[in-house]
Design a protein around this ligand. Sequence first.
Ligand SMILES: CC(C)(COP(=O)(O)OP(=O)(O)OC[C@H]1O[C@@H](n2cnc3c(N)ncnc32)[C@H](O)[C@@H]1OP(=O)(O)O)[C@@H](O)C(=O)NCCC(=O)NCCS
Length: 162
Amino acid sequence: MKFSVRNYRPKDFETLYLIDRACYEPEIAYTRRELRWYLGLPATDCLVAEVRRSAKSMARQIAGFVIVASQKIHGHIITIDVVENLRRAGLGAALLDKAESRLRRRGVHEVWLETATNNNPAIAFWHKHGYRTRGRLRNYYPGGLDAFSMSKPLADSVPVEK
Ligand SMILES: CC(C)(COP(=O)(O)OP(=O)(O)OC[C@H]1O[C@@H](n2cnc3c(N)ncnc32)[C@H](O)[C@@H]1OP(=O)(O)O)[C@@H](O)C(=O)NCCC(=O)NCCS
């Protein structure tokens, strides 16, 4: 499947919100306010994956996105979401690869994330991409679900000035 990854544009907001709602249980999915807050954080990158609407059409539709933030040498994956019918086709990997490159350029040495302990597809995805479980965060999500805290060192980061 052909897809491309580009920077987020403000007019994408509602689509990203709806994709996030479709990806998670209602109590875990972001509200519009939360999503807006994450997108507005300093040193945040949001990347969007697009696919062609159909083989005959040149029009594109958003199929997934990733939001990452950084503070000095620490990076954080806020979320990565791919629409259900287009999963396992490499979109997640392409989004993550580009997001990690952005973090490297910002001087990040290590990336952290949280994922629900029952989210087996995501856990497999993170393991495939070199993330290792560092601990368990009890009652991390609304509703009392635990999260795994995971991290990965980023090689070849740009040194950060002190
Ligand atoms: C996690 C997610 C972003 C992966 O996106 P994707 O586009 O399917 O990812 P890719 O196609 O690049 O990679 C797929 C790899 O991830 C792992 N994986 C993904 N779904 C899996 C599943 N259902 N079962 C087992 N492994 C799975 C496998 O290693 C797989 O590789 P393979 O297809 O060669 O076996 C996607 O499943 C998603 O959006 N889930 C809902 C939102 C979410 O949970 N996000 C993560 C929050 S921490």
